[in-house]
Design a protein around this ligand. Structure first.
Ligand SMILES: Nc1ncnc2c1ncn2[C@@H]1O[C@H](COP(=O)(O)OP(=O)(O)OP(=O)(O)O)[C@@H](O)[C@H]1O
Ligand SMILES: [Mg+2]
Length: 865
């Protein structure tokens, strides 16, 4: 995994474009909408500005119209005052006023009127006015009989042919104030000025304005009026305003019903002039933005339409929306870039995370494999001491499967006697840290020695998460070390004692020699001779001790010679039967055809005697002393476990008693010189030391087994004469190939075991016939086929036992070779195995090794018939 690059999956790369496209779309949409709203908002603002402009113009016109009417009202007041003073205003004064008015006013009226209200009877006055000589001053005085009913208050004024002027006069009369007329057309004027408006102001006889309409009708003295060219009025209205860029229409109705013709004035900005027209206005005629405003004249309303052409409206707009759109798009580009960058960064991060994730998983796998395959047991527990890791080595060491251990607290089995703390199981269960060597009681109660290291598992904050225990089974190593230490100790003691004993022996030899010489000089009965004898005995005893020491130190002179061990044991036993007393039964089990051994016979006898005496001492109230011999082969495996032992063929002498046995601490020191549990003066503690030294000096080996209360077995291994094979392979155990292969009949009721045994024996070069039980074996043996050896199990379900079978076979074929095998050889005493006088069936103890089987088969087959 390491060094491998992990890239983003192609799917992720393809999906990268979705957020980018979304951001771009969103940005463009937002910019466009924003720009549009901006544009729209600006339209509204623009419209407001235009509206304000139109409004302002309308108000301006309104003010100016009012200003035009004001002098008319003033003059009416003047005339009213004259009338009140009894003066009759005449045409001259009127003309004078009109003159002053023309000289000083901006808006010069085209015509002035003075209409004294005269009853129809007052014809004299009418005539005087009509005959007024002042040229240019019109005094069109008209009387119109009012109403059909002939009442004065309902008189209508026939001032002019125009309905508009008539109407304004009446309005002024009735309202008591200056009134303005609708535009009307006059005759006899140049076309452009043909449209006029008239301002009229009433004069009442009382000199004061009556409050009710009826009073006003009744007390009218006359009306003053002035007609103005509408064109001039409008021109004057705009004269002192800033340049007007828009077209303006002034009419009575903003949009009169279709085809209703009316007067209207159109201001042409290009000509900077009003053009008076008559016709009809339609919205469709006017392009751009048109804003209508009401203009209140005195008593008459106008409408002013301001037309703003599209070009002008557009000119009023700011580049704001476009700037907005541009910056929006710019921002969108930046956002897309940013999103792209963050996506790349996120992708890089994801990639990095997945790389480290993969590495982590790989490391985890490696660690798992290491833990699983570790030869050392690895156990982890958490803070609650619940087991979280339990590897295969732990399964083997504790005898508990991971399935049973993981996920719960470890319950250590009750530790029996002899288990020294610290105990690993207890430490795990109690969460104790433990380092160094410890003991362990396995699930099946065995006691093991373990080497343990433990560590605390900590988290990121150094908090404790649990503990790890790593343990190896060092039982064998501890045992071997102990044995080695023991062997080295014996070696050291041997060398030390050997040196001293040797010198001492020489000294004693001189002492004894001299004592012997001195002895000849005394009468044997004399007191001196007795004293000398005591000294001599003590010296001889000293010599015995030093000999024992020398024997232990392997420095006694030995005279090895080929010896028939069985014969030698027979001799020793005869002697022992007498010396050990009647309570001790001496039993012999000696293997016939024991291999010859080269050994110092005298020393062997003394060694056996020593062992027998120890046995007797261990059986104070009597017992059984069993002496056995047999040939055996120690393979290199076994030799490895016994320091100082060489693999090869050995003759084994086993001395077993059923006495009180030894506790482990005694067993550990039993072979050391001067170690004794026997009381002062009873034992020297040199017996086993001597045997040990002698056997070692003879290239053999001694092993003591003892169980408290059961008995002791001391086993002496003596090397076979000329039969020491440094590394015994199976080849030497195979039957000699020169001869025809021998046939073995295998009788075994367990099918699996039979298959295994048949395979093993065939592998050793023999022919094999199988039988599933004793009956079938007898049947085969009765047949004509050759059978050289029958190899049978002792215990077989139903039918004949192994012993029954061999008894039967011996009767049918006396020369047939036999070998039995059993898992319980201890239960079978020699008499049981002695199926006919002098013939003991050899037994191979289960489980056996292939080498042992091969050797037994070969030995039995090579035996003389
Ligand atoms: N067969 C046995 N059963 C029980 N304990 C034994 C046996 N053989 C030896 N021992 C123990 O081993 C010790 C040492 O034995 P060893 O023969 O070396 O000395 P000893 O018998 O005490 O003295 P000695 O043999 O010199 O008279 C004995 O004291 C005894 O405790
Ligand atoms: Mg002894």
């Amino acid at each position: 995994m390491r060094g491998q690059r992990v890239t983003a999956p192609p799917r992720a790369r393809a999906l990268r474009w979705i957020p980018l496209a979304l951001t771009a779309l969103l940005g463009i949409a937002a910019s466009a909408t924003g720009a549009f709203l901006f544009y729209d908002g600006e339209g509204e603002r623009l419209h407001l500005a235009l509206d304000y402009r139109a409004e302002w113009r309308a108000k301006d016109l309104e003010t100016k119209l009012r200003a035009i009417g004001t002098p008319v009202g003033g003059f009416a007041t003047f005339l009213a005052m004259q009338l009140a003073d009894g003066l009759n205003p005449d045409g001259a004064s009127f003309a004078r006023w009109a003159q002053i008015r023309s000289d000083y006013a901006d808006n010069k009226p085209r015509t002035y009127y003075w209409w004294p209200y005269l009853s129809t009877q007052d014809s004299a006055a009418s005539a005087s006015i009509a005959s007024h000589p002042d040229p240019g001053f019109q005094t069109p005085l008209h009387y119109a009989p009012g109403g059909d009913k002939g009442e004065a208050s309902e008189l209508t004024l026939e001032a002019d042919a125009q309905a508009a002027t008539r109407e304004v006069l009446i309005r002024a009369w009735f309202s008591g104030a200056v009134r303005m007329s609708r535009p009307y057309r006059t005759w006899g004027w140049p076309d452009s000025d043909a449209t006029e408006i008239m301002f009229a102001a009433p004069i009442y006889r009382s000199g004061r304005m009556p409050t009710t309409i009826a009073d006003r009708q009744a007390s009218l003295a006359g009306v003053v009026a002035a007609g103005f060219s509408l064109h001039d009025v409008l021109e004057a209205a705009i004269r002192d305003t800033p340049r007007i860029s828009e077209a303006i229409y002034i009419s009575e109705e903003p949009w009169p019903a279709d085809d209703t013709r009316q007067y209207f004035a159109r201001y042409d900005p290009d000509k900077n002039d009003f053009i008076m027209e008559i016709g009809s206005l339609r919205p469709s005629d006017l392009a751009g933005v048109v804003i209508a405003k009401r203009v209140e004249g005195q008593g008459v309303n106008f409408y002013m339409l301001s037309q703003f052409l599209p070009a002008e409206v557009a000119a009023g707009r700011s580049p704001g929306p476009w700037l907005f759109l541009f910056s929006g798009l710019l921002l969108t580009t930046a956002a897309v870039g940013y999103v792209h960058l963050s996506l790349m960064r996120r992708e890089a991060l994801t990639t990095a995370v997945s790389i480290s994730d993969a590495r982590l998983r790989q490391t985890h796998r490696e660690l798992e494999a290491v833990i699983r395959s570790s030869p050392a047991a690895i156990v982890c527990v958490d803070n609650a001491r619940v087991v979280t890791v339990w590897n295969m080595a732990a399964e083997r060491l504790f005898g508990l499967s991971a399935l049973e251990a993981v996920g719960r607290r470890y319950q250590p089995p009750a530790s029996g006697n002899g288990v020294q703390p610290p105990e690993l199981g207890r430490a795990i269960a109690e969460g104790l840290m433990i380092d160094g060597t410890a003991s362990l009681v396995t699930a099946d109660g065995r006691k093991r020695d373990v080497s343990v290291r433990s560590a605390i598992l900590t988290g990121d904050e150094s908090e404790m998460l649990g503990a790890v225990y790593v343990a190896s089974d060092v039982t064998d190593m501890v045992m071997l070390e102990e044995q080695l230490r023991q062997a080295q100790k014996m070696e050291a003691i041997g060398q030390l004692t050997g040196g001293v004993a040797h010198d001492f022996n020489n000294l004693l030899a001189v002492v004894i020699g001299n004592l012997d010489l001195i002895g000849t000089a005394f009468n044997p009965d004399s007191r001196n001779a007795k004293l000398l004898d005591g000294a001599l005995r003590a010296a001889l005893r000293g010599a015995d001790l030093t000999r024992a020491l020398l024997a232990f130190a392997r420095r006694q002179p030995l005279q090895p010679a080929p010896v028939n061990i069985n014969q030698l044991i027979e001799g020793v036993c005869t002697l022992l039967e007498h010396s050990l007393g009647e309570t001790v039964a001496v039993v012999r089990e000696l293997q016939a055809d024991l291999w010859p051994v080269s050994i110092d016979a005298v020393q062997l006898e003394s060694a056996l005697t020593n062992l027998a005496i120890n046995a007797r001492d261990a059986m104070p109230s009597g017992g059984r002393l069993l002496i056995q011999t047999r040939n055996t082969h120690l393979d290199s495996d076994y030799a490895l476990h016994e320091p100082g032992l060489v693999a090869g063929d050995y003759v084994v002498i086993e001395v077993t008693d059923n006495g009180h046995g030894m506790p482990p601490e005694v067993l550990a020191h039993a072979a050391e010189p001067f170690f004794t549990t026997k009381g002062e003066g009873k034992g020297t503690g040199l017996g086993l030391a001597m045997v040990y030294g002698f056997v070692k000096q003879s290239a053999g080996h001694m092993k003591i087994y003892s169980e408290l209360g059961r008995g002791t077995t001391v086993r002496l291994y003596l090397p076979r004469l000329g039969g020491r094979i440094r590394d015994a392979g199976v080849a030497t155990l195979l039957p000699s190939t020169a001869a025809a292969p021998k046939t073995v009949l295998v009788v075994e009721d367990n099918a699996d075991l039979r298959r295994l045994v048949v395979g093993q024996i065939q592998g050793l070069g023999y022919k094999v016939i199988e039988a599933v039980d004793g009956d079938q074996a007898l049947e085969i043996a009765s047949g004509p086929g050759t059978i050289d050896l029958v190899f049978s199990d002792v215990v077989m379900s139903g039918g004949l036992s192994g012993f029954d079978l061999v008894r039967e076979l011996r009767q049918r074929r006396p020369k047939l070779k036999l070998l039995l095998t059993s898992g319980f050889p201890g239960a079978m005493s020699v008499p049981e195995r002695e199926i006919e006088p002098g013939f003991i069936v050899p037994i191979l103890t289960k489980p056996y090794r292939r080498d042992e089987l091969a050797r037994q088969l070969r030995e039995i087959l090579e035996e003389a018939d």
